[in-house]
Design a protein around this ligand. Structure first.
Ligand code: GLA
Length: 432
């Protein structure tokens, strides 16, 4: 049985962690095994008056949003050494590496038990982590790993509580380049226990736990991207850079369905001021190519992650990737929006019913615009009309449609017929 964090803080007080596996769970029978569920509650609203965050400690790593692949969204707890090697091979073979995907990240369920000296062993799915890291590096890629500040991870495996320095040093010795650090059991085991009736004190404990691992990572001397996973609690975007966070999850878990993806997107509006080179909002990993997302939904999901300057961590079955999915994930002009050097996350400029218009400035004075039809039933009888004026643009604009590759002219109030859940994503090289 696995620890479920799909509970509010107060519910967690009641939840018994005895449910969390005392011994690591066995890999599930299918690669589409159920995921751990973390709170999908709305993250607290950003405070409008907050200044742009600067992140001196994080400034050297992740100058653009990290790109790579993570095992969780497809393999979940079934992932093995072989799957990670296969993913690395495929990232090279499919051209994903050339498109910029560099990190191969092992998510939860690699952990075994600690030995008498407290040294964490891998479990039988990962016989030799150093050899695996060497293999991934030999492909010109980087490797990431997963842990958490609690006694157990979300999957009920061994966490880092009380062993932060030891674990960080081991990661560095293995050659790890990226750590995702997931709150889960720290909530009941430490926050609820040490400060049962004091939410603010609980949050301070949480922040201190992230800083502890930050310091442990820094002490290794190895640059390791630090990814905070605590579902957006306590306006994480306001404090994550101060504990070395290069990226931080802003919400609960993504899943491969449109409603969840769109709900996450809606929660990103207003967070743009917290993102920048070295420190990024993370709306969770990509589900492109997973579940039953339509082609339009896959395209819109990827477009919006690019507009949001989100980490692009693919989570699909790379050896069986369909050509149309590969075409989405490797669209270099869309990736260039995500990776733009300015690092300015898009804002939602306006919405009209179920159509949202997002825009972000790009290096060199260019601009990217995404128009998303989140609705199900808008037809050519009443097309959406795009207001250039609301986007601060004057007169016709020459733009490139990044999905068709065609040059188009945008005019004020032009009708746009967008199919359900589809997107118009354009780059305007010289906006007027
Ligand atoms: C949580 C995280 C997921 C994944 C799982 C692993 O649910 O939010 O991204 O890492 O834990 O157990």
């Amino acid at each position: 049985m696995r620890f479920s964090a799909a509970l509010s803080l107060s519910l967690l007080a009641l939840a018994s962690l005895t449910a969390a596996a005392q011994t690591p769970a066995q890999p599930a029978a299918t690669p589409t095994a159920k995921k751990s569920v973390v709170p999908q509650s709305k993250a607290p609203k950003a405070q409008l008056a907050s200044p742009q965050v600067t992140a001196p400690q994080a400034a050297k790593a992740a100058l653009t949003p990290p790109m790579g692949w993570n095992s969780w969204n497809f393999f979940a707890e079934k992932v093995t050494d072989k799957d990670i090697r296969g993913a690395a091979d495929q990232m090279v073979a499919t051209g994903m590496k050339d498109a910029g995907y560099i990190y191969v990240n092992i998510d939860d369920t690699w952990e075994g038990k600690r030995d008498a000296n407290g040294v964490l062993q891998t479990n039988s799915k990962f016989p030799d982590m150093k050899a695996l890291a060497d293999y991934v590096h030999s492909k010109g890629l980087k490797i990431g790993i997963y842990s958490g500040p609690g006694p157990q991870t979300c999957g009920g495996y061994e966490g880092s509580l009380g062993h932060e320095e030891q674990d960080a040093k081991m990661y560095a010795d293995w050659g790890i380049d990226y750590l995702k650090y997931d709150l889960c059991s720290f909530i009941p085991a430490v926050m609820m226990k040490q400060a049962p009736n004091d939410k603010a004190a609980q949050m301070k404990l949480m922040i201190a736990a992230y800083d502890k691992m930050n310091k442990a990572l820094k002490a290794t001397g190895r640059p390791i991207v630090f990814s905070l996973c605590q579902y957006g609690w306590d306006a994480v975007w306001e404090w994550a850079p101060s504990v070395g966070g290069n990226l931080w999850r802003t919400t609960g878990d993504v899943s491969p369905d449109w409603d969840r993806i769109y709900a996450i997107v809606s929660q990103q509006a207003g967070l743009e001021k917290y993102a920048g080179p070295g420190h990024w909002n993370d709306p969770d990993m990509l589900e492109v190519g997973n579940g039953h997302l339509t082609l339009a939904e896959n395209r819109t999901h990827f477009s919006l992650w690019a507009m949001l300057a989100a980490p692009l961590l693919a989570g699909n079955d790379l050896p069986n990737m369909k050509p149309e999915i590969k075409a989405i994930l490797t669209n270099k002009e869309v990736i260039a929006i995500d990776q733009d050097k300015l690092g300015r996350q898009a804002s939602r400029v306006y919405s009209d019913g179920e159509v949202d218009v997002w825009a972000r400035p790009l290096a060199g004075g260019a601009k990217a615009i995404a128009v998303v039809n989140a609705g199900d039933n808008r037809y050519s009888t009443h097309p959406f009309h795009l207001s250039l004026a609301k986007l601060g643009l004057h007169g016709p604009q020459t733009a490139k449609d990044l999905w068709t590759g065609k040059t188009i002219t945008l005019t004020d109030n032009m009708p746009l017929e967008l199919p359900s859940h589809d997107v118009l994503l354009v780059r305007i090289p010289a906006p007027k």
